[in-house]
Write a protein that binds this ligand. Structure first.
Ligand code: PHE
Length: 458
């Protein structure tokens, strides 16, 4: 892209820092970070538990009214500093804010530790689809591979690939991976959604998904679940978007890119629902969905694919391959936050930093690979508490502390959009913080309860 090339010569935020080779490459990497297990693993679950299309509508509202403003704030911090979270906060918000950068890195490391275990299950199912057929007794099968040795082997493979990609850097590592995997994922999903329309008995699934049940919507729990899902799905609140933006040129249009990323992320989640719901209803598996998010993905669906014979095998292979692409482009973004911080703060060489961080996070991940309750606990802490907390820090920091936040964002935007940025700042000041405080009021006790269950064993 020519506008990016001129930008590189006319002054990036940080001279000497690597840059995305094109706007498309940046967008694919950011969409790759956003699109992942969250889109297929949790979105459908939240929709089915909290009122079908009513929950989807609430979710869209949250994505655009809260998610996009916070994403613009993250991108602004990253681009204006040209640094990873700790340095960005120190430089743009002041010394006192630097420790929050540490919190971000911790959140990223914790999420990656268990996310890689789930991605390992996905890899295993993709290989199963490729080499044999899906197990008819998927419940027993999943029970035998979810924890312990079999889980660890695949977790290690995922972490090794992730480490390798991050070690290669931005342009030839993350950008190249995402520029291939994201378009492929999108094509596969659209193909699967079209196939799903041909399923007899799928109509009820569409109805369950697409007819709003507003009476199920109005609870604090729904609001909290949808908000933390929005943060998780958009990769917000732990500096992933911030770090990616540190490789952006001044000409990048942050509001426009944020909107594009959010739209793409939502579209993938929505289309995944158009695959999952008709399949589940066509096979009469609806009872299983409410039981657990992971159950639907790793037991009901593969069991269903097994029932469908050879068609099921092909469909299942495509489905888990798409999921794997989504997962890998997310794991690299999680590791990138940690690695970029080590490189920026200690001047360490990138490959060494990737090896050290990847190795340590693999070790932490063993806990989740050995005990799925640990995985649930870490998810309750990192996803439900740390991300909203991080979002709160970013919103308040950028809105109240960042010098010339508005001017920073308006660089690269059209004058018309620049005029709207006052509204953006006020959204960060008065809409985002109260909402996130309500969310934390719901999720902190839940995380404490998860800890109690985990450590007392009942
Ligand atoms: N957004 C990813 C998903 O939906 C998960 C993720 C969270 C990735 C935070 C990076 C940072 O699967």
């Amino acid at each position: 892209m020519s506008d990016l090339q001129t930008a590189t010569s006319s002054g990036s935020a940080a001279p000497g820092r690597e840059q995305w080779t094109s706007r498309f490459g940046f967008l694919m990497a950011a969409v790759g970070s956003a699109v992942g297990l969250g889109n297929m693993w949790r979105f459908a679950y939240i929709a089915s538990e909290h009122g079908g299309a009513a929950a989807v509508l609430l979710y869209v509202l949250l994505v655009f009214a809260v998610g996009v403003p916070v994403m613009i704030a993250e991108l602004a911090l990253g681009r204006s500093s040209g640094l990873s979270p700790i340095g960005a906060m120190r430089q743009q918000l002041g010394r006192a804010w630097a420790p929050f950068g540490v919190l971000f890195i911790l959140a990223g490391a914790l999420i990656l530790s268990y996310y890689a275990v789930i991605a390992g299950w996905v890899l295993r199912y993709a290989i199963v689809g490729l080499t044999s057929s899906f197990p008819a007794d998927a419940g027993t099968y999943f029970g035998s591979i979810a924890a312990g040795g079999p889980a660890i082997v695949f977790q290690i493979v995922i972490m090794a690939v992730t480490t390798l990609v991050v070690a290669r850097g931005i342009g030839s590592g993350i950008e190249r991976l995402s520029s291939f995997m994201m378009p492929a994922l999108f094509l596969i999903l659209v193909g699967l959604a079209i196939w799903a329309m041909t399923l007899p008995g799928g109509g009820e699934g569409y109805a369950y998904y697409l007819i709003p049940r507003f009476e199920e919507l109005f609870s604090l729990e729904t609001l909290a679940a949808s908000t933390s899902q929005a943060f998780f799905s958009l990769s917000l609140g732990m500096g992933a978007m911030l770090t990616f933006a540190s490789y952006l040129p001044r000409t990048a249009n942050l509001p426009k890119d944020s909107t594009t990323i959010a739209l793409a992320d939502f579209s993938v989640a929505f289309i995944a629902g158009l695959v999952v719901f008709p399949v589940i209803y066509a096979l009469g598996l609806q009872g299983a969905v409410g039981e657990s998010t992971l159950g639907a993905l790793f037991i009901s669906l593969p069991g269903g694919f097994a029932e469908m014979g050879s068609v099921g095998r092909v469909v299942g292979l495509f489905f888990f391959t798409a999921l794997l692409f989504g997962a890998l482009t997310s794991t690299v973004s999680l590791l990138e936050v940690v690695v970029a911080s080590m490189v920026d703060e200690t001047k360490m060489q990138r490959p060494l930093a990737a090896l050290v961080a990847g190795g340590l996070i693999t070790l932490v991940g063993l806990w989740s690979a050995l005990d799925t309750n640990a995985l649930g606990f870490l998810d309750a802490v990192a996803n439900n508490v740390m991300l909203p907390l991080g979002g709160l820090v970013i919103a308040m920091g950028v809105a109240w502390k960042m010098p010339d936040a508005r001017a920073q964002v308006s660089e690269g935007t059209s004058p018309r959009v620049a005029r709207l940025l006052g509204g953006w700042l006020w959204t960060l000041r008065i809409v985002v913080p109260p909402l996130l405080i309500i969310v934390l009021y719901e999720t902190i006790p839940a995380a404490i309860e998860a800890a109690r269950v985990l450590f007392s064993g009942n």
